[in-house]
Design a binder for this molecule. Structure first.
Ligand SMILES: Cc1cc2nc3c(=O)[nH]c(=O)nc-3n(C[C@H](O)[C@H](O)[C@H](O)COP(=O)(O)OP(=O)(O)OC[C@H]3O[C@@H](n4cnc5c(N)ncnc54)[C@H](O)[C@@H]3O)c2cc1C
Length: 424
């Protein structure tokens, strides 16, 4: 028996990281995930690339044996912002940072490894369990979560001491405490794709892209053109990850996913447009990527609190801080939420104390990072910031002005407080 039971809703990166952290703190964890199995829903071939900072890499290595020592990640040692002139297709460097020290990973690999490394004695993952509701009555300690077993339709109850809401950016648990909080459309969507070049290393697409972007495999490339930008980096096992942000009105979404089903006509228009905006090598990569998809980009204003119901419910991951992706924060913040929650659970026997300390440590960090990522995205998309009439214009920007594009302008870039004893 552990010191307590954490009922974790959501078995993606934040949920599984919290299960690891709770187990390391001497707690048991029960994870409720609606996806039927890791391969079918939350893992498998799904997902694309993500960038992990040094603090996340070190934290993940505590939970995943060999993490960082094997080939699951590639270096992103350089953060490079360049401007593309869409008329001439010439590129010029705007801002370069050789001390970036991130690593690139595939979301599916990270998720699978987190899952495989869970300590079976302390953690149970209930796949195919859709969380419905919870009770945290004032006159009794603990929480009781109700979930539907999707395969049978049966309803089950899971009791614990703490409810960890890791149910993503559209969190239903958050809605119970903050019914009026709305996600905020950023003003743009991202086309995304992963180009698998296994066995195609000498193809025109790959030799071309390596010539135009010679530091692939070590560099996070940001290409800025007038009021738009693209991101390109290499992933382990012969894959290239790209994103292209396009300003426009908010599209209509069905359900709770922020991914849009792209029609053939949309894909074909996007590919034509890529040839107009980007250098031929990037346009060719985009054209030859199968099944590109669209993410509608949202975030939310920082939440007033992360711990609720007398400290018996905490929000973590995207549920706690929906963010735009421009600071590569989503996964990094999730990993640190879990680490800090674990440190607080390890130190305090009484929950309100532990979860209050979690909130005190994490709230200022995630608030500052979400707000900064929002600003960075608007700057790179040429949208006005800070009440200015005009947005950033990549065609006329000076070297000094371009310094704000660097990832290291992110608050807590060198690491967030960990709530370990040494931080206090
Ligand atoms: C399939 C998938 C692929 C992804 N790919 C990438 C990627 O390539 N690059 C990247 O940067 N980020 C990716 N992300 C997002 C990334 O995981 C998050 O941005 C970040 O790591 C924070 O994760 P999270 O666990 O808080 O939220 P999420 O990853 O959104 O996970 C929320 C989880 O909660 C589950 N859930 C929600 N409601 C319920 C409910 N009622 N009952 C039970 N379970 C519920 C969802 O099924 C999901 O697994 C992906 C997320 C998913 C789910």
């Amino acid at each position: 028996m552990g010191k307590g039971v954490a009922v974790v809703v959501g078995g993606s990166v934040a949920g599984l990281a919290c299960a690891h952290a709770a187990a390391a703190a001497g707690w048991d964890a029960v994870v409720l995930e609606k996806a039927a199995a890791p391969a079918a829903g939350a893992g498998g071939g799904t997902g694309a690339g993500l960038g992990l900072d040094a603090q996340s890499m070190e934290t993940l290595a505590r939970w995943i044996p060999g993490w960082g020592l094997d080939d699951a990640t590639l270096p992103l040692a350089v953060d490079l912002n360049r401007a593309t002139d869409s008329e001439t297709k010439a590129a010029r460097t705007l801002a370069r940072d050789d001390g970036f020290n991130f690593r690139a990973a595939h979301w599916g690999d990270l998720h699978r490894r987190l899952h495989e490394a869970l300590p079976a004695a302390a953690v149970t993952v209930l796949w195919g369990h859709q969380f419905l509701s919870f009770e945290a009555p004032d006159d009794k300690p603990g929480v009781v979560a109700t979930a539907r077993v999707l395969r049978t339709g049966e309803t089950v109850e899971v009791a614990g001491d703490l409810l960890v809401a890791a149910d993503g950016s559209t969190s239903s648990i958050r809605r119970r405490f903050l019914p009026d909080l709305k996600l905020r459309y950023s003003g743009y969507c991202a086309w995304r794709g992963v180009f698998d070049f296994t066995g195609k290393e000498s193809s025109e697409t790959v030799t071309g892209i390596r010539t135009a972007y010679p530091e692939l495999g070590n560099c996070l490339y940001f290409d800025l053109a007038y009021k738009t930008h693209a991101v390109l980096y290499e992933l382990p096992r012969s894959r290239l990850n790209w994103l292209w942000y396009i300003n426009g009105p908010e599209p209509e979404l069905t359900g709770s996913s922020v991914t849009l089903e792209a029609t053939d006509a949309m894909v074909s228009r996007m590919r034509d447009e890529a040839g107009r905006v980007w250098c031929p090598e990037l346009a060719r990569l985009i054209k030859n990527t199968e099944r590109p998809f669209v993410n509608v980009i949202y975030d939310a204003d920082p939440l007033p609190r992360l711990a609720w119901a007398g400290g018996r419910v905490v929000l973590v991951g995207d549920a706690a801080h929906p963010t735009t992706p421009h600071g590569l924060r989503s996964t990094n913040m999730s990993v640190m939420d879990a680490r800090v929650l674990g440190a607080c659970l390890a130190r305090w026997d009484r929950l309100p104390r532990a979860t209050a300390e979690y909130e005190t440590a994490r709230r200022p960090v995630v608030a500052a990072q979400v707000v900064h990522a929002r600003r960075l995205g608007r700057v790179k998309q040429g949208l006005p910031v800070d009440g200015e009439a005009q947005g950033f214009d990549v065609r006329t920007v000076t070297v000094d002005e371009a310094m704000q594009l660097r990832q290291r302008t992110m608050p807590f870039f060198d690491g967030a407080p960990t709530a370990d004893a040494s931080d206090l």
